[in-house]
Design a protein around this ligand. Sequence first.
Ligand SMILES: Cc1cc2nc3c(=O)[nH]c(=O)nc-3n(C[C@H](O)[C@H](O)[C@H](O)COP(=O)(O)OP(=O)(O)OC[C@H]3O[C@@H](n4cnc5c(N)ncnc54)[C@H](O)[C@@H]3O)c2cc1C
Length: 446
Amino acid sequence: MGGFRSDGTWRNWAGNQVARPARVERPRTEEEVSALVRRAAAEGRRVRVVGAGHSFTAIAVTDDVLVTLDDLAAVVDIDRETGLVRVQAGIRLTALNPLLHAAGLAMPNLGDIAYQSVAGAISTSTHGTGLGFRSIADGVVGLRVVTGDGFVLACDGGQNADLLHVARVGLGALGIVTEVTLRCVPAFNLRAVEEVLPVDEVLDHFDQFAEATDHTEFFWMPHTGRALLKRNTRTTEAPPPPRNRRHALRRRWKRFKNKELMENAVFGALNHLGRLRPAMVPRFNGLVAGEGRAEYLTTSYEVFASPRRVRFYEMEYAVPREHGLEAFRRVQEVVDGLGRPISFPVEFRILGGDDIPLSTASGRDTAYIAVHVFRGTRYEDYFRGVEAVMDDYGGRPHWGKLHFQSAATLADRYPGWEAFRSARARLDPDGRFSNDYLDRVLGPVS
Ligand SMILES: Cc1cc2nc3c(=O)[nH]c(=O)nc-3n(C[C@H](O)[C@H](O)[C@H](O)COP(=O)(O)OP(=O)(O)OC[C@H]3O[C@@H](n4cnc5c(N)ncnc54)[C@H](O)[C@@H]3O)c2cc1C
């Protein structure tokens, strides 16, 4: 569904954003990236790069020059000693994770999926969960960026360190990232415990769970009073070998049943049915929420990231950690007051704060609350209701997920807003990398 089409259009994963670019560029080298930016500048055209198209907003959309780095997607260097890994910016996390694993390394933390490109993930402040951990961008120690005049800038701890600091979460507004150096960690496994519990019990004890476990999150299934609590603990312990072939098959079947059948095939079918028969949604949600407890141990990236085949629209907000649970309870009231059933869960995660100017966790430990609806269904009243709650806590929207904010409402929510604006004015004074979405959320280049 998402991606480039033979009619010259491009669509994002969710299918809610369409671009009709005047030209699509597919550079194979950094020199070609510089050349295409210079050519666009000479023609007075704007330029956007698209990664895997997994943003729900129009952040990557343009009707001018759309660039894909699918041919700039290789691993440049893996240093097993230091854990520093240099990759070309277009590489997808799905491709990178097994290569890191084979080298005895891993990304320190990941989000729910691994389809994103590395540059796309860092550019929007993509994150997972865990108080002792930070966003993917926080692990970036070096970048190469092609700026608005086609010049290549190398940024690391030694050169242009001030720009590296800002450009880790750049929204694609500072230039085209061609290469990223990531600080990785020794490979590890995760012991996953997934449990369906009364949502009030999860809320009452969430802080204890989160303090005691490396990576904690939960999904509340609206209209059921139940939540799926996920707790992942880091370990170097190996998965116990299967007792026999039957045991091995049973393990594989259980995982397939949970990840493919329940979270994708059955969930998708129930969402289609729910669209036809909305009154049935609460009952379907009960089936999806399920019950019981599962425990398993496997490679970190296989636990962090799951397949997501049912398409949806999403909004996610970052609020100070200490207000997270209160904000979540208010979101439950919004859902209950909508007057129509919601068939997708509400997700709650937490993360350590960082110092990146436009990171959603900048300057504060953060709670993330995400709301979703099935693709093609109405969301505006729901998302606006949730956004009004988030405004009360200085909430920061995920840059790649739907929201209704503008530069005027966002500027005060980021301590590093001015640092970002001045880096943008320096690297892209003509707004070569801007588009309608950036004009809205960042304002004009100044
Ligand atoms: C099913 C699903 C699950 C998700 N789960 C999570 C999650 O768990 N946690 C989370 O935080 N987010 C999550 N997201 C959001 C997703 O991580 C972000 O939207 C991310 O930016 C997508 O990466 P991408 O490669 O698709 O980037 P795109 O959406 O293609 O682009 C995003 C931005 O990055 C810019 N960009 C891309 N490449 C470059 C480059 N080389 N140089 C400069 N700018 C560049 C683009 O211009 C654009 O501004 C999810 C999204 C989906 C659809």
